[in-house]
Design a protein around this ligand. Structure first.
Ligand code: ZN
Length: 267
C-alpha cells in the first residue's frame, strides 16, 4: 500500500529513518510521497527520495510558512519540479485555524502553487483548514482558468468542500484522524467519497491513528488507516489498498510502480 503523505525530513526521524522505513516495508508499505513544507527543505526532501526507489517527493510551501514565501513564484516551483523524483506540487493551501501566516500571504502563495500545478501537469497537494468557503471559491475559479489535478489531503473540512473538490475531478485523502473518536464528520466525508477518488496517508510524524494515538506516527501505521477505512466501507483491506494504490498512480502520473520498500534499502 502507498502512504500518500509523509513528512520524513525533519528532526522526528533524524536518528532512526532507516529503521522507520524498514518497519514500513514490514507493514506492506510499497511507496510513499515525502512532502516538502518549505522552499528551503526541498533539497532535504529530494535527497531522501533519491536515496530510496519507493519514495517520491513534492516541492512547495505549507500555508503555515506562507509569510516566509512571499517571494516564491510559479516559475520557481516549476523549475524545482523538473526532477523526475518530484511527482507533486505542495503541500500548499490555506489554514485559517492556526493563522501562522496572514491571509494576504497565504492566498497568493497558494495561487503560485496552483499555477505551477497547472503548467507542470503535476497534482497539487492541498492543505485546507477552516477555509471551506474560500477554498471552494478558489478551486472553482482556478479550474475555470485552466485545469489542474489535486488532492485535498488529511481531510478534516466539511462535506461541501469535499463534494466541490470531487466535482472538479479532485481526490480526497484521509489520515488517522478518520479513526479518532470525535471525527464523525470526517467519517461521513470518507463514506461519501467515491472509492476511485480516495487516498490514504499517515501525515506522519503527526496524527498517529487509533490504536496508536499520541505516539510518534510513522509510515508503517498507514496500515491502521487502511484497516479502519476498509472496515468503515465494508471492504477487505486488500481490496481497499488495491484501489487506493491504483488511485495514487492515476493521480500522480509521474510516479512509477516499484516492488517494495525493501529495494530501497538494497538499492
Ligand atoms: Zn497538511
Amino acid at each position: 500500500m502507498i502512504d500518500s503523505h509523509v513528512n520524513l525530513h525533519g528532526d522526528s526521524y533524524a536518528d532512526d529513518l532507516d529503521a522507520v522505513l524498514e518497519r514500513a516495508r514490514g507493514a506492506g508499505v510499497s511507496g510513499m510521497l515525502a512532502i516538502c513544507d518549505k522552499w528551503d527543505s526541498r533539497e532535504a526532501v529530494l535527497d531522501i527520495a533519491r536515496a530510496h526507489p519507493a519514495i517520491w517527493a513534492s516541492v512547495g510551501a505549507h500555508p503555515h510558512y506562507a509569510k516566509d514565501h512571499r517571494f516564491l513564484t510559479a516559475d520557481d516551483l516549476i523549475g524545482a519540479a523538473a526532477d523526475d523524483k518530484i511527482i507533486g506540487i505542495g503541500e500548499a493551501g490555506i489554514d485559517f485555524h492556526y493563522n501562522y501566516s496572514p491571509a494576504e500571504d497565504q492566498i497568493p502563495v497558494f495561487l503560485a502553487h496552483v499555477e505551477a500545478a497547472r503548467q507542470t501537469g503535476l497534482p497539487l497537494i492541498i492543505h485546507a483548514r477552516n477555509c471551506d468557503v474560500v477554498m471552494e471559491q478558489i478551486l472553482q475559479e482556478q479550474q475555470k482558468i485552466g485545469r489542474f489535478s489535486f488532492v485535498l489531503h488529511c481531510y478534516t473540512s466539511g462535506l461541501e468542500l469535499a463534494k466541490t473538490g470531487l466535482s472538479l475531478g479532485g481526490y480526497v485523502s484521509f489520515s488517522g484522524i478518520v479513526s479518532f473518536k470525535a471525527a464523525e464528520a470526517v467519517r461521513t466525508v470518507c463514506l461519501e467519497t467515491p472509492l476511485d477518488r480516495l487516498l490514504i496517508e499517515t501525515d506522519c510524524p503527526y496524527l498517529a491513528p487509533v490504536p496508536l494515538r499520541g505516539r510518534r506516527n510513522e509510515p508503517a501505521f498507514v496500515a491502521h488507516v487502511a484497516a479502519f477505512i476498509a472496515q468503515l466501507r465494508g471492504l477487505s483491506v486488500e481490496a481497499l489498498t488495491a484501489q487506493t494504490d491504483e488511485n495514487f498512480f492515476r493521480l500522480f502520473t509521474r510516479a512509477k510502480r516499484v516492488e517494495t520498500v525493501a529495494e530501497t534499502a538494497r538499492g
